[in-house]
Design a protein around this ligand. Structure first.
Ligand code: SF4
Length: 71
C-alpha cells in the first residue's frame, strides 16, 4: 500500500502522527508528511504490518487528506 498526504488539505493537528508515528510526521512547515525510510515525502510505500494503523489514521483525519493506493 502507498499512502499519500495532500498538504493543501492538512490542518496540521497531528492526529496522524499521534496514531501512527512510524509512518506520519509533521514537517517544518507544520503539515503532515510520510516517512519514506530516508526522509519525509508526500507519499511512500508502507509495510503491511502498519496498514491497519494507517487506515485508522485516514479515517480519523479531519482534513480528509490521507489517501491510500494499492502498490
Ligand atoms: S490527521 Fe490529517 S489533517 Fe491532521 S495532521 Fe494528519 S494529515 Fe494533517
Amino acid at each position: 500500500m502507498i499512502v499519500r498526504i495532500d498538504q493543501d488539505l492538512c490542518t496540521g493537528d497531528g492526529l496522524c502522527e499521534q496514531g501512527c508515528p512510524q509512518v506520519f510526521t509533521i514537517g517544518d512547515d507544520g503539515y503532515a508528511y510520510v516517512k519514506d525510510g530516508i526522509g519525509i515525502s508526500e507519499k511512500a510505500a508502507i509495510p503491511i504490518h502498519l496498514e491497519d494503523s494507517v487506515l485508522a489514521a485516514a479515517e480519523e483525519c479531519p482534513g480528509g487528506c490521507i489517501f491510500l493506493l494499492a502498490s
